[in-house]
Ligand binder design. Structure first.
Ligand code: GRF
Length: 217
C-alpha cells in the first residue's frame, strides 16, 4: 500500500499455521499491514517454524497452569514491545484474555472453518466442525472471518465464502476444500479491516466479487 505505513499485525496460532503462511505470502501484494509477531501457546506448533523461516519475531506464551491475568499481562507486554496494532487469530485454540480483547477491541480477527453462527462455539474446532457440518446434512459450508469478542466465534461477521459440501465428502475432504478458500479469504479480509482502521472507521462487511462464489470444489 502506498502512502501510510502498514499496520503491525500479530498472528496467534496453535497449529500448523497454513493460514499464517497465507498471511505471510500476502506480503507480495503490498497490503496495508505486515506481520510483526507470531504468538503460539504450543512450543511445537508448526506456525513457529513458519515464522522463523520468514524471519518474523515469534514467541511462545504458554497458558498451561497460569491465571488468565498472568497470560494477559505477558501477552499485552509482548504486543506493546512489538508495536502491534491489529491481531489475527489463525487456528489459535485458546480464548484470548479479556484485557487483550478490550485493548484491541475492533482490531482482532478470527477465521473459523464454517458458516457462523452455525457450527461455532466452544468445542467446535478442527475436524469437529467438519464432522458436525456433514452430520447436519448441510449443502454448503465455508469459512467465516469475524471480529473477536470475549466468547468463542461470536463477534461481528466481516466475511464468508460459501463452499459446497459434495456427495461422498469426508471431514478431511471438506476441510481441505474449505482451507483452500480460507487462504484467500483471510488476507483479503485483513486488508479490508486495516483499511478501515487506518481511516478511523468501523469496517463494513466485506463484499466479495461475484465470481468468488462460483461453486467449484
Ligand atoms: C483453520 O481451519 C481455521 O479456520 C481454524 O483453524 C484452522 C487452522 O489451520 N480456526 P492452520 O493452522 O492455519 O493450517
Amino acid at each position: 500500500m502506498s502512502g501510510a505505513a502498514p499496520l503491525v499485525a500479530a498472528v496467534f496460532a496453535s497449529g500448523g499455521g497454513s493460514n499464517l503462511q497465507a498471511l505471510l505470502d500476502h506480503r507480495a501484494a503490498d497490503p496495508p499491514w505486515q506481520v510483526g509477531l507470531l504468538v503460539s501457546d504450543r512450543p511445537g506448533a508448526g506456525a513457529l517454524a513458519r515464522a522463523q523461516a520468514a524471519r518474523v519475531p515469534h514467541r511462545v506464551i504458554s497458558t498451561k497452569g497460569r491465571t488468565s491475568d498472568d497470560v494477559a499481562a505477558e501477552t499485552l507486554a509482548a504486543l506493546a514491545h512489538h508495536g502491534v496494532q491489529v491481531v489475527y487469530l489463525a487456528g489459535y485454540l485458546k480464548l484470548l484474555p479479556a484485557p487483550v480483547v478490550q485493548a484491541f477491541s475492533g482490531r482482532i480477527l478470527n477465521i473459523h472453518p464454517a458458516l457462523l453462527p452455525a457450527f461455532g462455539g466452544k468445542g467446535m474446532w478442527g475436524m469437529h466442525v467438519h464432522q458436525a457440518v456433514l452430520a447436519s446434512g448441510a449443502r454448503l459450508s465455508g469459512p467465516t472471518v469475524h471480529l473477536v469478542d470475549e466468547e468463542y466465534d461470536r463477534g461481528r461477521i466481516l466475511a464468508q465464502w460459501p463452499v459446497p459440501v459434495l456427495p461422498g465428502d469426508t471431514p478431511e475432504s471438506l476441510a481441505s476444500r474449505v482451507l483452500a478458500v480460507e487462504h484467500r479469504l483471510y488476507p483479503m479480509t485483513a486488508d479490508h479491516l486495516c483499511r478501515a482502521v487506518i481511516q478511523g472507521r468501523e469496517p463494513d462487511p466485506l463484499s466479495l466479487p461475484g465470481e468468488t462464489f462460483t461453486l467449484v470444489p
